[in-house]
Design a protein around this ligand. Structure first.
Ligand SMILES: Nc1ncnc2c1ncn2[C@@H]1O[C@H](COP(=O)(O)OP(=O)(O)OP(=O)(O)O)[C@@H](O)[C@H]1O
Ligand SMILES: [Mg+2]
Length: 657
């Protein structure tokens, strides 16, 4: 490109930037703020609960049985405690000799017990013995009590088992959905969220949802049933005492919701701090070598201490506010209890209430606040889970890559004609990284990018396979905009050796086959030979079956690169991108790979990025990038003749700035 054209382009660029008020904005969804936006938390508890329920609603039958079990166990527990009333009333009657007023369920309980004790058989045994009659009455009541509690235990067991099944399956589905979603998220998401943060979605957040479904939700529902059941039993026993107990409900509710609000706030903070701590641990574990090289152990410990201190502080507040809910509510219920019993005592003295009824009522009035306590005590778990669930659903709601896996983009066969047409792009709206890049590449051609670090070489290749989308201009493959292709189809046709090598846990064979899953063993070996990896693989303990662990920690950097090249070679993609693919390989091996790759590249379009200029000498065209612009282009000889930047780089006359 001539100097004049370059200047005019720069002027045009400057105009465009100023027209746009200082920065160009990428269009379309999934812009740079899409990922960041998800960190803000519009607390939409109702919607979150609805979505969680969506996961459990699949198990309707289980849930119905669980609900029935809860109902039954609540009723049995209420009835069980009511059996005390007739026993005490009977003793009161025997002691005082006066008729004891009985109401509501007490009458029914008395009748049930009497139906046992008044059979002829029992009557014959007891005869006229008064003491035996009382003993028999108490025994019958105790047996009924035992039977009722037995049913209660059985239903509680069944309910716990079924609910465990539901919650485990629901969290499994959530984890699956989350992982599925993660695979469809754009690279931008992974660039702007730490691994620790993403990991804690899978661990803490999902675990909290599980705990909530398993414990808190059942407590909540059974608490509500108990509340209603107790109310019915109370109102049928004594309406005035019931009114006193009920009068305390608004106090409980108000106190509960006030505490809940405060603790919900701190729970969100706690989870965020936990994410930060996890992220830091993750980073310092993976970067431990660098930490040691620069003697940063102490700084690391200090920084971790700060984050950890922040977590402690947030956790303290969250646990404190969550924890005091129970005792505060408990104390409030004590007041209600005392008032109820006091008034009940007056009724007893007036002969309008039996001693048994009062005992049971006092029990109930305590029990009445118990579900409320139980619910409020579970609030901490529920809030932690809801805050976590909200973050999980936020990830699920992050816009996926356009033309995601399920989209029906174009899937026409690709030959590999690549045209980059006046492309401008930046990762963030406030910083332009590539400015008006234009070039073309035909099948069989090798196009090289050279230039200083940070010039934008990798960025150009990131646009070809749509890790990111261009702001302006277009990239076409075989005359069709890359955005029109089905994304997975496009990526299947662009094979890349990334600048950062990555190997998965598995055998060498599996790692190479990752490039094309249907490749035969022979094809894998051929690709390894082509990448000059075969001989070192054969020297490994188990050859191609050697396990690679920890991202290839047991291999040298160059060997890792060779495996990555082999992986790209095994794919039959017509477009190949080699980003510093041989930077860690010795020059002799590099020559070998070059020869091998030349065969491979015959009908493919290849983009090569290299700092070692000898690698790109035989390219059809070499693009010299500087600050996101192509400042020189041509083949090796043209560029040398130009005596410009390439000449400087090649002859080493001038150091890169
Ligand atoms: N994920 C990202 N988010 C924001 N900015 C980025 C990101 N990746 C790269 N950049 C910026 O874009 C510019 C170009 O980076 P790029 O990776 O394309 O350079 P490069 O020419 O490949 O350099 P190198 O030779 O070091 O590999 C750099 O200034 C860099 O800071
Ligand atoms: Mg790069």
């Amino acid at each position: 490109m001539s100097k004049r054209t370059l200047e005019s382009l720069q002027k045009q660029y400057a105009r465009e930037v100023s027209n746009k008020g200082g920065g160009m904005r990428p269009g379309g969804r999934g812009g740079p703020n899409a990922a960041r936006g998800m960190k803000g938390k519009p607390q939409n508890t109702g919607k979150t609960i609805k979505r969680i329920l969506g996961y459990v609603s699949k198990y309707k039958f289980h849930l119905i049985v669980v609900l029935l079990c809860m109902l039954l166990s609540t009723v049995t527990s209420l009835c069980g405690s009511y059996m005390l009333a007739p026993i005490i009333n009977r003793i009161q009657f025997e002691v005082t000799g006066e008729a004891v007023p009985m109401k509501g369920p007490g009458v029914i309980a008395d009748r049930v017990i009497n139906s046992f004790t008044s059979t002829d058989f029992i009557k014959n045994i007891i005869g006229e013995n008064k003491f035996a009659a009382i003993a028999c009455y108490v025994l019958a009541a105790a047996i009924i009590l035992g039977a009722v509690y037995l049913i209660g235990m059985a239903t509680t067991y069944l309910q716990a088992r079924l609910m465990l099944h539901v919650s485990q399956n629901a969290t499994e589905a959530i984890r699956n959905d989350l992982f599925d979603k993660l695979q469809g998220l754009p690279i931008r998401y992974f660039d702007s969220n730490t691994t620790g943060e993403i990991m804690s979605r899978f661990t803490n957040d999902v675990d909290n949802i599980d705990t909530m479904l398993n414990n808190s939700l059942t407590s909540f529902v059974s608490g509500t049933i108990t509340l209603i059941g107790t109310f019915v039993f109370m109102i049928t026993t004594n309406i005035w005492l019931t009114l006193i107990t009920v009068a305390f409900i608004p106090v409980f509710a108000k106190g509960g919701s006030m505490l809940a609000k405060v603790s919900q706030k701190y729970y969100s903070g706690q989870q965020a701090a936990l994410g930060a701590v996890n992220g830091y641990i993750e980073e310092s574990v993976t970067g431990q070598k660098v930490v040691k090289v620069f003697n940063h152990e102490e700084t690391c410990v200090e920084e971790f201490g700060t984050l950890n201190g922040d977590l402690r502080e947030k956790q303290f507040k969250a646990q404190f506010w969550g924890g005091i809910m129970g005792p505060v509510m408990g104390n409030m219920s004590q007041i209600a209890y005392a008032v109820t019993v006091g008034v009940g005592g007056v009724f007893l003295a007036l002969g309008r209430l039996g001693a048994g009824d009062l005992t049971v009522f006092a029990n109930y009035s305590k029990q009445f606040s118990m579900p409320i306590n139980m619910i409020s005590q579970n609030m901490s778990t529920i809030f932690a889970a809801l805050a976590g669930a909200e973050r999980v659903f936020n990830v699920m709601d992050t816009p996926p890559e356009e033309f995601g896996r399920e989209d029906k983009g174009c899937t026409d066969e690709i030959r590999g004609d690549v045209v980059i047409n006046d492309v401008t792009f930046g990762y963030n709206p406030d910083k332009v990284v590539l400015k008006h890049i234009s070039l073309y590449a035909h099948p069989g051609q090798k196009i090289a990018f050279v230039g200083s670090t940070g010039a934008g070489k990798t960025t150009v290749t990131n646009l070809i396979n749509r890790f990111y989308d261009v702001w302006e201009g277009s990239i076409t493959v075989d005359g069709r905009d890359v955005r029109e292709y089905d994304l997975s189809h496009l990526r299947k046709n662009v094979s890349m050796v990334l600048q950062d090598t990555h190997l998965f846990t598995g055998t060498v064979m599996e790692n190479i086959r990752y490039g094309r899953l249907d490749a035969t063993d022979d094809e894998v070996i051929a690709a390894a030979k082509l990448a000059s990896a075969h001989s070192f693989i054969m020297r490994l303990s188990d050859g191609y079956q050697t396990m690679i662990e920890g991202d290839g920690a047991n291999l040298s950097q160059g060997q890792r690169q060779l495996l990555n090249i082999a992986r790209a070679a095994v794919s039959k993609a017509p477009i190949l991108v080699l980003d510093e693919a041989t930077s860690s390989v010795d020059t002799r091996t590099e020559r070998h790979i070059e020869h091998g790759m030349d065969r491979l590249m015959k009908n493919r379009t290849t983009f090569v990025i290299a700092h070692r200029l000898s690698t790109v000498r035989n390219s059809n065209a070499i693009m010299v990038l500087e600050h996101g612009e192509i400042i020189e282009r041509g083949d090796h000889d043209d560029l040398l003749a130009m005596k410009g930047r390439y000449y400087e780089l090649y002859t080493g006359l001038k150091e890169l700035d």
